[in-house]
Write a protein that binds this ligand. Sequence first.
Ligand SMILES: NC(=O)c1ccc[n+]([C@@H]2O[C@H](COP(=O)([O-])OP(=O)(O)OC[C@H]3O[C@@H](n4cnc5c(N)ncnc54)[C@H](OP(=O)(O)O)[C@@H]3O)[C@@H](O)[C@H]2O)c1
Length: 430
Amino acid sequence: MTESLKIAVAGLGTVGAGVLKLLAEQADVIEQRCGRRIEVVAVSARSRGKDRGVDLSTVEWYDDPVKLAAHPGADVVVELIGGSEGAAKETVETALEAGRHVVTANKALLAHHGTELAAKAESKGLAVAFEAAVAGGIPIIKGLREGLAGNRVSEVHGILNGTCNYILTEMRTTGRDFADVLADAQKLGYAEADPSFDIDGVDAAHKLAVLTSVAFGTPVDFGNVYVEGIRHVSALDFDYADALGYRIKLLGIARRTEQGIEQRVHPCMVPKAAPIAAVDGVFNAVIAQGDFVDRVLFVGRGAGAGPTASAVVADLMDVARGRFTPTFGVPAAQLSKAQPSPMEARRGAYYVRLMVVDRPGVIADIAAAMRDQNVSMEQFLQRGRAPGEAVPVVLTTHDTNEAAMQRALATIGAKEAVVEPPRMIRIEQF
Ligand SMILES: NC(=O)c1ccc[n+]([C@@H]2O[C@H](COP(=O)([O-])OP(=O)(O)OC[C@H]3O[C@@H](n4cnc5c(N)ncnc54)[C@H](OP(=O)(O)O)[C@@H]3O)[C@@H](O)[C@H]2O)c1
């Protein structure tokens, strides 16, 4: 009988406790599929007394996850603490130093230090596996890195944050405003007490940076991800989007263009008929475009104890079978640095919402500002009239360039009759 794979788990929160529960409940299936058992030998968390709903009576307890990382009897250290620095980073570095494989769900750590950690692991013949870090239970990393390994990927885009997708879905279906829906999401446990990482797009940007590296074989380049969150999407935008035939989604988009690699996270209007438009609530989705396979869509739960544990355990099973690829598909030393394509180079259509004082000449001024930047308008919507008062005015453009659009909006926003900063949502015709 092959010896069991021995693991030490740092972090016993939502994901850590979920992993222990899955390993206990599915022990037979795992053994049958890997030919060996996966055995938890040690764990670490902050508070020892906390009931986590799992049996810890037979495992060694460590108050310090960094000490746990050097546990002499562990083959793998599973890092489920979170955060790009501090305990999580030290735990992973110590584990690699000590010759242990690492499995992690930590997208923040990978977005900031993924390339160095991969290089360190590969120099020692170790794995750093991170299926759970991107889109939770969806096997997108394995799908891209292994399932689509024979393709050149030109684009990956997706709904990478379930909290934002839940908020946007609720806003659309109930007509309520952002702040109201966010407060409810916090009560239901779908949003953190400090929700800024989610709603400002940072969490999605961490995941996109990692996904880009796997898709294009480039070093992780979080610093060049353009990030815009969902705070400024209003109930009004959903009304107009519906009338124009769109849904609003926070997307992460990575694309190889002639200018280089685009990486951006921002709210998008997508046609109602696009498959991604139908992915609602806490679900995530990723679409990859490969040259031989064409378009592939992955949909599933992007968070939660069960789905995330499912991904962590799949990585552990790869290690148990002795089968793992370089961290990002291409050996870290051969990841090819690519030119980042700046946001100003984006080409596409735009939706713009303005609050303007309803008086003669204002609309002509807006049209002139667009014309001066060669931005061609497609539709113009003004519902109702209220002379002398502020009213919403919405317009959409034909494909144009981001830099020109930004210049036009700066001119429009400076007009006295425009009483709020112009709000713009990019239209993506997938
Ligand atoms: N939650 C999800 O659905 C999900 C989905 C995908 C990826 N992830 C990622 O998975 C990781 C874990 O997330 P989570 O939701 O499980 O977090 P969590 O519920 O907050 O759990 C974090 C765990 O780490 C422990 N911990 C924190 N600081 C520590 C320290 N300095 N020393 C030792 N232990 C420490 C905590 O101990 P105590 O319990 O004693 O406080 C807790 O057990 C993160 O990287 C997250 O981004 C989570």
